[in-house]
Design a protein around this ligand. Structure first.
Ligand SMILES: Nc1ncnc2c1ncn2[C@@H]1O[C@H](COP(=O)(O)OP(=O)(O)OP(=O)(O)O)[C@@H](O)[C@H]1O
Ligand SMILES: [Mg+2]
Length: 336
């Protein structure tokens, strides 16, 4: 692997955008700090200012007032071109150049940066592996139209990562995918994020996607105002107001159960009578409490037997699943 930057913070400092002729701001005095290496999801209703917030960072849109800093440096202290070389940008429908091959698409920014051919070749191969497109030779000379939507999306992510930028901006990057491909690409991206630790601002309509992906979630409300900023656990447990509660939906309690895995709460082998647990279904330790609850409900059982790698870890009761120990949720609440 090439050397990876460790990421750098993004600070919105009363960042405001009012589009010409608009009566009210699209983004209104946003204060938000995305820490180095953190993945923050920006969610909210359509027209809430999410794309505007993202495009202010790479200066596709200019601030009306306030400031945005990357690390200690204001985005206005450098040219837009210079700035964009340090920011990976991935958008819905991948945004690939249709008349460029996969290799050519990925090489766009490295070429501008004057990398030599060999370095670009090595980096391209490494990235295609990283996003799960191997063997590499299969993909290099294809055009975007010769790829499925999910494959295009993966190439779009590879292209955004190409020059190893410390900051990634992603605007509904998985929005066009079917649910199954979407889960696969989400998992792929999370694994990449954990491996390379870019500071990432990720826009999504999908609150479940945000809960799954985010270290912290920023919820914007109409008028581009920040409604709440917190960990998934904090937001789900304590919505700041009625707008947030409604946005999270009536399944807020169930969604919270998706933050914890069965393996985290299994108490170890208990002294329950085997007659009691004989009819209980099996669940994997990696399942979320929500998924396990679904299995238990489908089996009309009172609990489940937890397995990991073929070994029986213990049992969890229905009560364990719906009311996990507070300590587990707290740990979840401070994850970084
Ligand atoms: N270039 C523009 N000129 C004028 N108004 C704009 C422009 N771009 C966006 N807006 C307006 O700014 C507001 C915020 O738009 P933005 O695209 O940031 O919302 P969003 O949260 O990304 O919405 P969506 O979820 O639908 O993508 C909207 O009212 C929109 O109509
Ligand atoms: Mg948008």
């Amino acid at each position: 692997m090439t050397q990876h930057s460790t990421g750098t913070s993004i600070t919105f400092d009363r960042a405001t955008k009012t589009y010409p002729g608009a009566a009210a701001p699209a983004l209104d005095a946003l204060d938000l700090e995305v820490e180095a290496g953190e993945l923050v999801c920006l969610v909210g209703p359509s027209g809430g200012g999410k794309t505007t917030a993202l495009q202010l960072v790479n200066r596709l849109v200019d601030l009306t007032s306030g400031d945005i800093r990357i690390g200690d440096r204001s985005i206005s202290d450098q040219s837009a071109i210079e700035l964009r070389r340090t920011i990976g940008y991935a958008i819905q429908q991948s945004g690939l150049f249709p008349h460029y091959t996969v290799a050519h698409n990925i090489a766009t920014v490295p070429t501008i940066l004057g990398w030599d051919k060999e370095r670009i070749r090595t980096r391209t191969a490494e990235l295609l592996e990283l996003v799960g497109l191997s063997p590499v030779e299969t993909w290099l000379s294809r055009y975007p139209a010769q790829l499925s939507g999910g494959q295009q999306q993966r190439v779009g992510i590879a292209r955004a990562l190409a020059a190893d930028p410390p900051v990634m901006l992603m605007d509904e990057p998985f929005g066009a995918l079917d649910p199954i491909t979407r889960v696969a690409v989400q998992d792929e991206f999370l694994a990449i994020h954990r491996a390379v630790g870019k500071t990432t601002l990720f826009v999504t309509h999908d609150i479940d996607e945000a809960i799954k992906m985010a270290d912290r979630i920023a919820i914007l409300k109409p008028g581009g105002k920040l409604a709440q900023f917190g960990t998934p656990s904090e937001v789900l447990s304590n919505p700041a107001d009625d707008f947030v509660a409604e946005f999270l939906g009536s399944e807020r309690g169930l969604k919270r159960l998706a933050l914890t895995t069965v393996g985290e709460i299994v108490p170890g082998r208990s002294d329950r009578a085997s007659a009691e647990t004989a009819q209980w279904p099996d669940v994997e330790a990696t399942m979320t409490l929500r998924e396990a609850l679904s299995v238990v409900s489908a089996a009309r059982a009172e609990g489940a037997i937890v397995h990991k790698g073929g070994n029986r870890l213990g049992e969890v009761s229905l009560h364990d699943l719906i009311a996990p120990p507070v300590a587990v949720e707290d740990r979840e609440g401070v994850r970084t």
